[in-house]
Design a protein around this ligand. Sequence first.
Ligand SMILES: NC(=O)CC[C@H](N)C(=O)O
Length: 729
Amino acid sequence: MSTFRFQSIKETANRRTVEVKELDKKSVIFGSNVFNDKAMRQFLTPEAYKAVQSAVQHGTKIDRKLADYIAMGMKEWALSKGVTHYTHWFQPLTGATAEKHDAFFETSFDGSDPVEKFGGSQLVQQEPDASSFPNGGIRNTFEARGYTAWDPTSPAFIFGTTLCIPTVFVSYTGEALDNKAPLLRALSAIDEAATEVAKYFDKNVKKVTPTLGWEQEYFLIDSALAASRPDITLTGRTLLGHASAKGQQLEDHYFGSIPTRVLNYMRDLENECMLLGIPVKTRHNEVAPNQFELAPIFEETNLAVDHNSLLMDVMQKVAERHFFKVLFHEKPFKGVNGSGKHNNWSMATDTGINLLAPGKTPMSNLQFLTFFINTIKAVYTYEELMRASIASASNDHRLGANEAPPAIISVFIGQQLTKVLENLQKVTDGKLSPEEKTDLKLNVVGKIPDVLLDNTDRNRTSPFAFTGNKFEFRAVGSSANCAVSMTTLNSIVAKQLKDFKNEVDALIEKKGLKKDEAIFNVLREYIKQTKAILFEGDGYSDDWQKEAAKRKLSNFKTTPEALKAKVSKKAMDLFEELGVMNHVEVEARYEIELEEYTKKIQIEGRVLGDIARNHVIPTAIRYQNTLIENVKGLKEIFGKDFEKIAKEQIILIKEISGHIEGINSNVDAMTEERKKANNLTSAEKMAAAYCDKVKPYFDVIREHCDKLELLVDDEIWTLTKYRELLFTR
Ligand SMILES: NC(=O)CC[C@H](N)C(=O)O
């Protein structure tokens, strides 16, 4: 009997739900562990409070003395909540979060004067010895050390007994070594560009804030079952396993009643989120068995990104209390839905207007159309960069099936807006007659209903869908740090809005057009130019693949191919012009992502070889020996008639040998390809070799293993099966 598998199943079957401590109402506990406005007013001097506010709102610098006062207040607040340590909390280019805790506690060298200390210098800047994080050559090239610097726009928070201070991670020469610094620069670029355009419609606008509401999909697997699978433990996904007879075909899990054990986990998690100020709102069962989703209320993008990164960490920690393991991988199980992290994005003005929501007047609708069409134009111009921004080894498995968008980037806008764009396209070139203006006001911009048909989920195959008052970037993967896709999206729209402003101003100045005439003229041209990116149909159909090729849209199915757009001249120019990243920072990220891809496939290859040889083959041989014994016995009893009686067993014995041979020869061939790939010197070539030469063996090896799973006696099969992983909760 394969003890580990059955022990795990038994352990899971005996699980009790873990009780969750009831806390006060959400509105009462929300943000209790955040150094938010309320805490700041209580613990900071008025000058210190003002300094933080001004840094948050206007990006002003905080002087050293005030930093000392802020640190003091922060420490007092933290100590009042039983905190012992502090850490600069940052997001290195591993995609995860990083922290190194230091105690407040200090003594003099002879052990006297023990005291809790935390000064402005510790708050503002730290130099973690973080030399082992990926840096893509930045730090070697410049021999620069890295340091973390306080980001006052994202408030400090307490997790456990540690005060966490959100920071950027940069080298002494100024290059960003993390995901947050470029994001902050992109957010500032779009603020500047969008504010200028918004001023066409309302002179009072002083700031535009991009907003983000992510939806986090995930799988929840019992921790004992997860631990029984080396592939889940080491790669976050199953590398083999025959499909369960029942999967998601009955659609009985989606939005179904949430299993009690899971619900308790969710409640516990939500309590933690409330304390941390993460405004989680929605929870439900997703489509695949054991798949779930959690979504917050949208927030300012920097905060939303921090909250998502923090959440992923908290989710795993809370899961341990409930004997679950969270799988964030985009495709942990073959044949059922994968997990996305749909990024709902919009822009809001400091006057309280959502720039992607239609308004009540023709002018506010023209404002909406301006931002709407500019976003479409940005995606059209930079579709390859958008694809690159969501590329990863794990997302490659998800794209193109089971309600995840294909690798071709397109924009879905729905019928109503398609018609509006068709009409706008007919606007006269140059000056407009009074009749035409009235007609436009009444019948085009005046006809956009203030509540657009909610298109959410209407087209699940669209990578970038307009959903009534925001765009939903559906292609983002569940394990991704949203900073990467959000840096790209906000940068491309910033650049587009800058160009738009220049074009409109030129028409006003040089051709003497009125402001609204100029806007109509530029938008008309954009509509004509960007048609290729609009697509309303089935993203999975072969017709779309052909049609997209005709429209010259990119269709990069794998990460190494897709990533190339990141270092194209077009991308470098974009990021450099906006001051988001210089070419060193862009190239470093490209290199890091290629290396990450290579390493992930390398690890998967090794794990698969190991499981196939050390679990599957020995088990298959054990079963084959039983069959051989059986055949021998039959021969002993039945003599020459045994062949007829043992016919099926003999076929099975041969079949098993065939699969064993299939596994062995392909694992050997895969290992050979890995060796060859490892000898390549460029990161680009190595990633391509792992993708094109090594990875194709995964399916072949898996096929043999999965066939054997069906043949071999269930009692001795060592690997926990799909039906057990997906249906035991
Ligand atoms: N219901 C849904 O929206 C499913 C989305 C799907 N899980 C994805 O990969 O994006």
